[in-house]
Design a protein around this ligand. Structure first.
Ligand code: DGT
Ligand code: CA
Ligand code: ZN
Length: 580
C-alpha cells in the first residue's frame, strides 16, 4: 500500500459518503485527509508502526485507524461495506460534467436513477427537466455529456498511457530470453489517446515471460494468462492521477517479429490497405509472415517489410491510411520533424499571470532543455480568472525581460502575450500596446457556447488583426473531458492562410489542439505551425514533445514548423511581420 493507494481509498470513502448524503464536514475530512497523506514525508508503514500519525494535522482518530488498517492489512472492511451500499452507477455518473454528489443523490432519490443508462432514458423522457433543481438546460447538458462519455469510453491520454507502457516495457526488456520488445498500437502511432497498451516481444521461451508479465508490480488484475498471449489490468499513479487500463502482451519468435510489429502497430485501416497491396503482388501478408503459399520473404525489420513491397519506410505516426501508402510507393514519405529540431517555444506562462514560476526560472528551464529562445505569453487583462496582465504589468514584464536578456547567457527571452480574442473578435489590448510585443498569440477563453458561425467570424476577425502573429489552441477542446467550441476550422485555416498567420499546435496533452487532421490541412495551405507547450511551470516546458507527435501525425517536416528556426531567423521573421 503506497501513500497514493491509501489516499485513493480515503478519497473514495469521502465520495461514497457524499453520495449517501452524509454531512459535508465528515465527507471533507476524508478528502482533506487524502491530501494530507499524499504529502506526508517518510515511509507510511513506519509512520503507522511508530504511531507517528498521531498529532498530524488533518488526520483525526477515525482516519488514523482506517489508515493503519489499510497499511497493515491492505484491506478496509469499512470501505468494502460502503461500496456495497452505494450503487456503482452513481460513482460513474460523477464523471458527467455538471453532476456533483448532491445532484447524483437527488437523481437517485427522486427518480431512482442508479446507472448512466437510466439517466439517459430519464433525460430523453423529459423527467430530469421536471426534477427540482435541474431544468431543461441541465437535462440537455447531461444528454450531451452522456453522448461524449459514450464516445470516449475508457480511453487514456497519451501522456499517461505512454509512461505506463514504457514502464512495463522496461521491466520486460530485462527478462531472460527477451530478444526484442516494443510498444505497438495507438501508443506507438502516438495517437492522442489510447484504449489499451499493446506490447510485443520476440523470444523462443514465451512461458516464463508470460508468467513474469502477470506478476509485474503495476498489475492489479489478470484477465487472461496464456502461453503466448496474456491480458492484464494495470494501474499507476502519474502526476496526481490514477491511471488504470488494459495491457496485452504477445510473444512471437524473432523471425515473426517485424510482421507482428507491423500488424499490431496498425492502424487497422493501414493494415487492410497493406494486405491488399501484398495481394496485388500475389503474396499474403499477415501478423506472422509475408510470402506466397510456398515461400516466405525474410525480413529483419519493418523497413525490410516495406522495402519488399517496393515502399519507403512509413513512420508509425503516419499509418492511418490517409495517403501514406501512396506516398511510400512513390518514395515521397517526408522527413518528419523531430524533437531535437525544436529550438524554442512561444506560449508559456509565468507568475505575471497564472504560471507558477518567475520569468527567470522559466527561461532557465528552457535553457536546460537546450532551447535558444523562450517566448513568454502570459494572459491579457480581461482574463481575470487567470490573473491577466494590466498594461502596467505588461510594461513591468518587458523591463524584466530586458534586464534578464542583458544578464542571462545562452537563452533569449522573447516578449509575447497570450491575448484574449474578445467576443467581437477584437484583441484585449490597444494597438499601441500590442505593437510593443515581439509577437502576439491570440486565444479564445470565453463564451464557448457561441453558435458556430459567430465563433468562426470572431476568430477570423482576430486573424485579420495586423498585430496577431499566431492563433492559440484553436478549438478549446480538453481531451476526454469536453469537446471544443463549435467552429468552422476549414474557414479559419483559409483566413489564416490569406493573412499569412501562424497556427499553434498546443502541446498540452490535455489539449493537443490543433488536431492532427487539421494540421495536415494547414500544411497544405502553406500555414506555418508552431509547437507550444503552454507551460505553467518549468516542468511543463518538456510537454512540447507531445506537440511534436501531433506535428508528425500531421506530416510536418522541419521546414513546416516555425520554432525549428534559429533565434536569428525567428527575430528576423518577427521583425519583418511587425514591419508590415
Ligand atoms: P486503440 O487501442 O483503440 O487506442 O487503437 P489501436 O490501434 O491500438 O487498436 P487495437 O488495440 O484494437 O489493435 C492494435 C492493432 O492491431 C491495430 O492498430 C491494428 C491491429 N488490428 C486489430 N484488429 C484488427 C483487424 O481486425 N484487422 C486488422 N487488419 N488489424 C487489426
Ligand atoms: Ca491498442
Ligand atoms: Zn490559453
Amino acid at each position: 500500500m503506497t501513500k497514493d493507494d491509501v489516499a485513493d481509498a480515503l478519497d473514495e470513502i469521502g465520495t461514497l459518503l457524499e453520495l449517501k448524503g452524509e454531512n459535508a464536514f465528515r465527507c471533507n475530512a476524508y478528502h482533506n485527509g487524502a491530501r494530507t497523506v499524499r504529502q506526508l514525508e517518510g515511509d507510511l508503514r513506519e509512520l503507522v508502526d511508530q504511531n507517528r500519525l498521531e498529532g498530524v494535522r488533518g488526520i483525526g482518530e477515525a482516519l488514523r485507524e482506517k489508515i493503519s488498517t489499510l497499511v497493515r492489512t491492505g484491506e478496509l472492511p469499512y470501505l468494502e461495506t460502503l461500496r456495497s451500499e452505494v450503487p456503482a452507477g452513481l460513482v460513474e455518473m460523477l464523471r458527467l460534467p455538471g453532476l456533483g454528489a448532491k445532484k447524483v443523490k437527488a437523481l437517485h432519490d427522486g427518480l431512482g436513477i442508479d446507472t448512466i443508462a437510466k439517466l439517459k432514458a430519464a433525460c430523453e423522457s423529459g423527467a430530469v427537466a421536471e426534477l427540482k433543481g435541474f431544468g431543461a438546460k441541465m437535462q440537455q447538458k447531461l444528454l450531451e455529456g452522456i453522448q461524449f462519455l459514450g464516445q470516449v469510453g475508457n480511453r487514456v491520454r497519451l501522456d499517461l498511457a505512454l509512461p505506463l507502457g514504457e514502464g512495463l516495457l522496461e521491466h520486460l526488456r530485462k527478462l531472460p530470453g527477451v530478444v526484442r520488445a516494443e510498444l505497438c498500437g495507438s501508443i506507438r502511432r502516438r495517437r492522442e489517446t489510447a484504449a489499451d497498451i499493446d506490447i510485443l516481444i520476440s523470444s523462443s521461451t514465451p512461458q516464463p515471460i508470460m508468467d513474469a508479465f502477470v506478476q509485474l508490480p503495476e498489475v492489479i488484475q489478470v484477465v487472461a494468462h496464456g502461453p503466448t498471449k496474456s491480458s492484464v489490468v494495470v494501474g499507476l499513479h502519474l502526476g496526481g492521477e490514477k491511471v488504470v487500463m488494459n495491457a496485452d502482451l504477445r510473444v512471437v519468435n524473432d523471425e515473426q517479429f517485424p510482421f507482428a510489429l507491423h500488424y499490431f502497430t496498425g492502424s487497422k485501416a493501414h493494415n487492410i490497405r497493406m494486405r491488399q497491396k501484398a495481394i496485388d503482388r500475389g503474396w499474403v501478408l499477415n501478423e506472422y509472415a509475408l510470402g506466397t503459399s510456398s515461400t516466405t520473404i525474410p525480413c529483419r525489420t519493418e523497413t525490410d517489410l516495406y522495402a519488399a513491397l517496393g515502399f519507403d519506410y512509413i513512420p508509425p505516426e503516419l499509418r492511418e491510411d490517409t495517403g501514406e501508402i501512396e506516398a511510400a510507393e512513390a518514395h515521397r514519405i517526408p522527413a518528419l520533424v523531430e524533437i531535437a529540431d525544436i529550438r524554442g517555444v512561444f506560449h508559456n506562462h509565468t507568475t505575471a499571470s497564472d504560471g507558477s514560476a518567475s520569468l527567470e526560472e522559466m527561461a532557465l528551464a528552457a535553457k536546460r532543455l537546450g532551447f535558444e529562445y523562450f517566448g513568454v505569453g502570459d494572459h491579457s487583462q480581461s482574463l481575470t480568472v487567470a490573473r491577466g496582465m494590466s498594461p502596467e504589468v505588461v510594461r513591468r514584464q518587458w523591463a524584466e525581460a530586458d534586464a534578464l536578456n542583458a544578464k542571462l547567457k545562452g537563452i533569449r527571452i522573447l516578449k509575447g502575450v497570450e491575448c484574449d480574442i474578445l467576443a467581437d473578435g477584437s484583441l484585449d489590448y490597444s494597438d499601441e500596446l500590442l505593437a510593443g510585443f515581439d509577437y502576439v498569440v491570440g486565444s479564445v477563453h470565453t463564451l464557448f457556447g457561441m453558435p458556430e458561425a459567430e465563433m468562426t467570424a470572431r476568430v477570423c476577425k482576430a486573424l485579420s488583426h495586423p498585430h496577431l502573429t499566431m492563433l492559440g489552441h484553436s478549438t478549446g477542446r480538453l481531451l476526454l473531458r469536453r469537446e471544443g467550441y463549435k467552429i468552422n476550422l476549414d474557414e479559419v485555416l483559409k483566413v489564416a492562410a490569406k493573412h499569412k498567420k501562424m497556427i499553434e499546435i498546443n502541446a498540452q496533452p490535455l489539449r493537443l489542439d490543433l488536431d492532427w487532421v487539421y494540421v495536415k490541412r494547414a500544411k497544405a495551405l502553406g500555414i506555418p505551425l508552431v509547437i507550444n507547450p503552454d507551460a505553467h511551470s518549468p516542468g511543463e516546458l518538456d510537454l512540447f514533445r507531445f506537440g511534436v507527435d501531433v506535428a508528425r501525425r500531421g506530416w510536418l517536416t522541419r521546414e513546416d514548423v516555425f520554432n525549428t528556426r534559429s533565434l536569428t531567423e525567428v527575430i528576423r521573421e518577427l521583425d519583418r511581420r511587425k514591419g508590415t
